[in-house]
Design a protein around this ligand. Sequence first.
Ligand SMILES: Cc1ncc(COP(=O)(O)O)c(C=O)c1O
Length: 403
Amino acid sequence: MFNRGDRPAISGGTPIRPRERFLVFGAPRFDEDEISAVVEVLRSGWVGTGPRTAEFERAFERYIGSGTGVAVSSCTAALHLAMKVLDLPPDSEVITTPLTFAATANAIIHAGCRPVFADINRSDWNLDPEAVEAAITERTRAVIPVHLHGRPCNIESLAELARRHNLYLIYDAAHAIEAEWEGRKVGCFGDISCYSFYVTKNVTMVEGGILLTQRPELADRLKVLALHGLSKDAWKRFSDEGYRHYQVVDAGFKYNLTDLHAVLGIKQLEKVEKHWKRRQEIWSRYCEALGELPLEMPAPAAPNTRHAYHLFAPLLKTDEIRLTRDELLDALTREGIGVGVHYVTLHLQPFYQERFGCRRGSFPNAEHVSDRTFSLPLSPFLSSEDVDDVTGAMNRLLKWHCR
Ligand SMILES: Cc1ncc(COP(=O)(O)O)c(C=O)c1O
């Protein structure tokens, strides 16, 4: 089917990129204006939660176009608070996708609830609304869909289902800052959306997150829960408005964002569209250059939606190639190309198997993706040469190992 390529590094050939030029997966890059802004905050004397954090919250609300933002120290913290603020009865069931990062399902457990997995669609790898419906019991109180890799979930079906069954909808939007559904950012939908500003994310502050809620009555309590349960705006107690006592009004958490991180977010948010455009170009280039290889390509954005292009994660057609997915990961690394896996499905992870009796065979679509998925670098800072090295390594490896 294919012409054999030249010898891959793993079989004794010369790596496409030598060790000193290893292409690190998801490496961030900070411009001079971002570095100066951080230094300015360091010099200002106010580095903890303060005016920059509030400024970032307002900037993020404007970018999404609707809702109230509560900035926190990570998306993991955001997911935990989103679950806590709902005050669900103990052992309530919360349905989510198994094809996600551990934080999504762990948050359900930390809130005293039980995660219930439902399978994904084979077409877009997001939670399948029909599978969600089939998993609903009288104990189900909420659903946490994930906009996987930046591709919006079927928001209309999920909203309709949540309405019909009186369920809360919390979106894990860690991958989906720029994603849109029918002309509006995905954060405009559901009760709460949780975003990540971790190192590899489309907007990064190294560590950070935000809850964006469409229910303003939740925002005040979320703020309180994020800072030890201290009365609202307790961070202002040292400001020039005069010392104020705080009150402890809830058993909260230490999840506040700092101004040091927030200032990076403010600067990065100004560049979010420019970076999205570059990732879109790289995505198109990958689709062109890898289209003939034994890969199942990620689904393009559905009509009337916008993909956030957070991760480019094709599936290896393992029946057409003499190479397992894990061998491909090793072989790409040997070529000098950093790779990722997003994700090994949670129902095959030891904790979820031991605690909840999850087994292989329960979610065949998630398993199909989990066994074959791998992510190629998609940073907006990749040069054309970097992209050529990635496509060159992929062509070399998959042609050499074709059946
Ligand atoms: C889907 C998903 N949810 C949640 C998280 C947690 O984000 P954070 O690292 O900001 O806590 C991540 C991080 O990688 C993620 O990919």
